[in-house]
Design a protein around this ligand. Structure first.
Ligand code: 5GP
Length: 114
């Protein structure tokens, strides 16, 4: 049994979020503490805690995370200027919410990695 997070409640619309995209597999909404002018979280509707819990059954959904990122980048006009997609895992990756999610950040020059 997977432990629920705040994102499960957002998916079920039990708590509010600024939703920018939704379909059968994923939901995307604005990060509550944005680190860039454009900062969305793209989350699977299925409760998957971390990247470690992904299986082959999730491959269609994982593709949808990326196609949603591309769609939103275009819609919010950062596709040409560029953006960063990040997925954090566990403590060294600084994951805070244990429901798989992809950050889409754009609208400013990102710091170099590392
Ligand atoms: P992580 O470090 O797990 O990759 O990132 C979790 C992200 O979720 C953080 O950027 C944080 O600001 C965001 N976040 C945490 N709680 C909420 C919430 O209740 N609503 C929204 N929209 N974002 C949240």
């Amino acid at each position: 049994m997977v432990e629920e997070t705040i994102f499960s409640k957002i998916i079920r619309k039990e708590i509010p979020a600024d939703i920018v995209y939704e379909d059968d597999l994923v939901l995307a909404f604005r990060d509550i503490a944005p680190q860039a002018p454009v900062h969305f979280l793209i989350v699977p509707k299925k409760d998957i805690p971390t990247v470690n819990d992904i299986t082959e059954d999730d491959e269609v959904m994982l593709g949808r995370l990326f196609s949603t990122a591309a769609r939103l980048a275009k819609e919010y006009d950062v596709d040409e200027s560029g953006y960063r997609l990040t997925v954090n895992c566990n403590s060294d990756g600084r994951q805070e919410v244990f429901h798989l999610h992809m950050h889409l950040m754009g609208g400013r020059l990102m710091q170099r990695m590392g």
